[in-house]
Design a binder for this molecule. Structure first.
Ligand code: NAD
Length: 535
């Protein structure tokens, strides 16, 4: 039976609250310093072969940290340390390993909370609420729930008829896991490293360059909780250099990846090329891109729909893999939805996340800014698309892109199909009677299948959408926005080109990091070979 922990409560940061005073102090402290982030191999802090700055996306002249870039030799040293650490770590009892992560969760819920949230706000340009639900609540939940799921998992044992004892030993993989993590969630960074480690695997953790600050603080948190050296090795650096070292090692046993589909494809191909040199078949777990939909039925509630579109598409600047990025709205509702959405958007404040009145910050870096601005430009130049809100991009101080709504006449317009990963929502308005055709359109327009939502008050429409869109999303929402999955409540992940759907923050994910051994002990073994039928 699952001994389910409670989800960490979200703090409100209202004016006058103690948490607000604390986050303001942490923001001021971190804004005034430049953190030196080393390569950490076997617990040793190393200077790399080069240094890269981490800047605040909403104020790109503000350098927050310098990150050492691992050399090839340091990658090899980290792998050596990982393989070395596994002997001890995997012999620890499960409860001893679990205690490290449970302690980390408690530290994060208490004295480390403001530090992690401030780093996520400054380094990844999250508002305080977006940071709180990520680097505090979600990471705490991952740490606590994974322990609960792993305990439950290990209770599954085979039967032992009289005269023997059968057991399943939940061994880790033989080798190390490569955790390659995205910029957009501090919690995902931590979880991709911690989930395999909890199950007894050592880890090489390559953080995204732009999230290195918060991710390094996660490593420090784990060290403060008693994680032994070498179990999680922090290896920032050039992705090609780090990957070259990892994939050349016969001890590479698993990849725990979250990021874009193209990168996961490349890592899968590289694994395949090296396959015969590995001691084991590596486990490949990847959660990748999305083109997440909101489908409204003519019976949808307008206020609920337009609120879900605004929050679902624009919170954290649309940089959530689950963010609503294409919507299908019936013509009968569109005028009211459009009016409400554009009125609300006119009140949305965007700017420095240290100003807690803002609803949005900046997009992560120059590359993202240029990519998103390119899609907006395409829409402006196209006859088949019209900008109905936003559309301005300004990179003078930070990488700011206005929340942008594009109304398209062609449901296959490029912004309806491709992942943009920014604050851009495309809307296709359909004639009400075409609802059944629109269901098919939603299913077939993009290669992804991560999240999706249907809005309808008629139950029959919900039933029909749920059936027709069964394979269109790994996380399907009814009358709610497609973002905001909570650990333990909505296990997260999608199929098709959105990943291997191993559901982060669930027992399904943890099962990928174990290689069970079956043990049979016979109390009184046979002492002669003939069977009765041979008499
Ligand atoms: P990204 O693919 O650019 O980077 C992800 C990680 O891969 C980073 O650490 C990056 O440095 C690394 N990387 C890049 N090239 C590599 C290589 N050749 N070898 C090894 N590592 C390499 O993605 P991102 O911009 O950090 O994140 C955005 C993407 O992540 C979006 O596509 C989004 O949908 C996806 N995402 C998916 C989920 C999910 O659960 N499905 C969650 C969050 C983000």
């Amino acid at each position: 039976m699952l001994d389910a922990p409670k989800n960490e409560a979200i703090l409100a940061y209202s004016p006058g609250s103690p948490e607000r005073a604390e986050i303001e102090r942490a923001l001021a402290r971190q804004a005034a310093e430049v953190v030196q982030i080393p390569v950490v191999a076997g617990g040793r802090r190393l200077a790399g072969s080069a240094v890269q700055p981490v800047v605040a996306p909403h104020d790109h002249r503000h350098v927050l940290a310098h990150v050492q870039q691992a050399s090839g030799a340091q990658v090899a040293a980290a792998i050596h340390a990982a393989v070395d650490a596994q002997r001890d770590w995997s012999q620890w009892s499960f409860e001893d390993r679990a205690a490290v992560f449970l302690k980390a969760a408690d530290l994060l819920a208490g004295p480390w909370r403001a530090k992690l949230n401030a780093a996520t706000m400054l380094g990844q340009s999250k508002t305080v609420y977006q940071a709180e639900i990520d680097s505090a609540c979600e990471l705490i939940d991952f740490l606590r729930w994974n322990v609960a799921f792993a305990r439950e998992l290990q209770q599954h044992q085979p039967v032992s008829p009289s005269g023997m004892r059968n057991s399943l030993e939940y061994r880790p993989l033989e080798g190390f896991v490569y955790a390659v993590t995205p910029f957009n969630f501090t919690a995902i960074g931590g979880n991709l490293a911690c989930a395999p480690a909890l199950m007894g695997n050592p880890v090489i953790w390559k953080p995204a360059a732009t999230a290195a600050l918060s991710n390094y603080f996660v490593l420090e948190l784990l060290e403060a909780a008693g994680l032994p050296p070498g179990v999680i090795n922090f290896v920032p650096g050039d992705a090609q250099t780090v990957s070259a070292g990892v994939f050349a090692s016969p001890d590479f046993a698993g990849l725990h990846f979250t990021g874009s589909t193209a990168v996961f494809d490349a890592l899968w191909r590289t694994t395949a090329e090296h396959l015969p040199s590995y001691r084991n078949y590596p486990r490949l777990v990847g959660e990748t891109g999305g083109k997440d939909f909101v489908l409204a039925h003519p019976s949808a509630d307008v206020a609920a729909l337009s609120t879900a579109l605004l929050r679902g598409a624009f919170e954290y600047q649309g940089q959530k893999c689950s963010a609503a990025s294409r919507a299908y709205v019936p013509a009968s509702l569109w005028p009211a939805v459009k009016a409400r959405l554009t009125d609300d958007l006119a009140t949305v404040k965007m700017g420095d996340v240290a100003d807690l009145r803002n609803f949005m910050g900046a997009v992560i870096d120059r590359k993202a800014f240029d990519r998103i601005a390119g899609y907006i430009k395409l829409a402006k130049e196209s006859d088949g698309a019209q900008i109905v809100a936003g559309g301005q991009c300004d990179d003078r101080t930070g990488y700011f892109i206005q929340p942008t709504v594009i109304e398209v006449t062609d449901p296959n317009f490029v912004t309806m199909r491709e992942e943009i990963f920014g604050p851009v929502l495309s809307v296709y308005v359909y004639a009400d009677q075409y609802w059944p055709d629109v269901l098919k359109l939603v299913d077939s327009t993009s290669p992804y299948a991560l999240t999706g939502a249907v809005f309808a008050q008629e139950r029959a429409a919900v039933v029909e959408a749920s059936a027709t869109l069964r394979f269109s999303a790994g996380n399907f929402y009814i009358n709610d926005k497609p973002t905001g999955a909570v650990v333990g409540q909505q296990p997260f992940g999608g199929a098709r080109r959105s990943g291997t759907n191993d559901k982060a923050g669930s027992a399904l994910n943890l099962m990928r990091w174990i290689s069970p051994r079956t043990v049979k002990e016979t109390y009184v073994p046979a002492s002669a070979y003939p069977y009765p039928h041979m008499r």
